[in-house]
Write a protein that binds this ligand. Sequence first.
Ligand SMILES: [Zn+2]
Length: 303
Amino acid sequence: MVYSSIAKSYFDEFPFRRKDRRKPSSNYFFLSHGHSDHMSGIKLSLSDPDSTIVCSRETYAVIKVLHRVPRERCLIVKPNQSLDFDSYIIHAIDANHCLGSLMFVVESEQGLKEVYTGDFRLGSPIVDELNLIKGADHLWLDFTYGRDPIFQFPSRQEIISEIITLILSGDNYPERDIWIAAYQIGKELLLKTVSEALKVKIWAPEYKVNIYKEIGGEWDFFTDSTSSGVFVGSRRMVETFQGIEENEQLKISNALRISPTGWAIQMKQKRLDVHFFPYSDHCSYSQVHKFLELISARTVTKI
Ligand SMILES: [Zn+2]
């Protein structure tokens, strides 16, 4: 649970069922991005008519499609925008994680500072705002890969090149269907590059097509048509094909399966029929420790 004592608000937590929840004196709930492990309790939050969710336009597209959150229940914030509340200011920074992900910096009237990173990958949008983030009194830090130096990742661009090379090599595409794993939002850079390289739209489950349609513009490259032979689904879907029936249009038994995940680094027995790549929207071990050094926060909670 992340509770900001400056904003007297919750971040990525909608604790309406928790007995021990502190009474927020504000009705604002800050949502860093649209991954389900950051949205628990969001539906219940809507039962309180005064609650407002603060998030980016892209994250709103996720909660609109998945949880039918009405637009008037949200306050949309852009990267590099600051919101002035009565006794504190919130700055939103592009977290360089999935599309629409934000990091929040909270500053009190008295000059106290709290930073909530949400999930993030260190990169220029964050480095450009270091002066704003530095010297926090408290830092809540995404520490997903921070506990083991084994987690060193190549750049996302390097892995994308490797994946495109694999797809285009030998008798892979278009002879074989291509399946790539991703959550409801995220890994966009990879999927967009694949779509552009093959000049096709990518099949996705209906909710995902609707999320990216809602976001629109350059990100609307998903379709419900299977004709391109390129598919995106959850890791479970891609790695096990559970719940997918083979038919004439889907060449499942012969498909090329690609699972981009930071955890690929430590998988000892990789499945031979799934290609794992250490592509991550989180910091590597070195990046997260570099960030810690750069921020030099007084106190830190690793999440
Ligand atoms: Zn995430």
